[in-house]
Ligand binder design. Sequence first.
Ligand code: SF4
Length: 292
Amino acid sequence: MLIPWFDAHARDLPWRRPDTTPWGVLVSEFMLQQTPVGRVAPVWAEWLARWPTPSAMAAAPQADVLRAWGKLGYPRRALRLHAAATEIATAHGDRVPSELDELLALPGVGAYTARAVLAFGYHRRAAVVDTNVRRVIARAVHGAGDAGPARTSADLADAERLLPDGPQSRAARYSAALMELGAVLCTASRPRCAGCPVHADCAWVGAGRPEYTGPARPTQRYAGTDRQVRGRLLDVLRGAPGPVPRSALDAAWSDAAQRDRCLLSLLDDGLVEQLDGTSFALPGERGTEART
Ligand code: SF4
């Protein structure tokens, strides 16, 4: 039931199109880790046009990659993707690995991303477990209102048990369908069970949709957080053609203690470089004069 539903209702996302390479899938998965589909789609298209292969990205300066990352947030992902591209270009002949252990050895690639590349990039049998999949399984299989804290091995085993036998491409499509179900119908706050392809067999529906009683999910605020301040500081650097003086960063946030803490963390993460006592730049942009 799930695959026919997906065949009929899957969203037309650019990285799902048949001509998408495993590299395109890898880029999409990095971007989608913390950012909604709607914000990722245009940036993904620009990136693939600009850097159609890992070696093309590996040849680009880190500063260009950070600028192109734009407002996707969590910019350490951009540097990790750049590092992964470099590794693929130099150690894998510019071809994204198609074996799980090789994928897991790439910078920034964890269990989820590695399996997503196998399933969506190589159409291989691989259980892909994200928050949405965990929620669908919690409800449809275990009859719980939500998934609760991650249980990495158990979650993966749950998802593997659901994969259909037969061609690997069919199991891969099932993985995509399960993710889609969690993203568009079996949502956290308002599951739309009436239109769900597994409604008749759903354990949670069968149990009368009991309230979730496990630990609450932490809510994420943004305004006033260090994440916002880091974003403001990076915006200053991304918007400048080269290094900027300290005063330009000081103008981006009024709380000096928070600003200094965030600048230090950006330096620690390698997202910003300090050129001397008074000027700062995106990585690799040393050597040019600071601009006010
Ligand atoms: S029937 Fe409802 S709760 Fe069950 S899997 Fe479908 S959308 Fe989720």
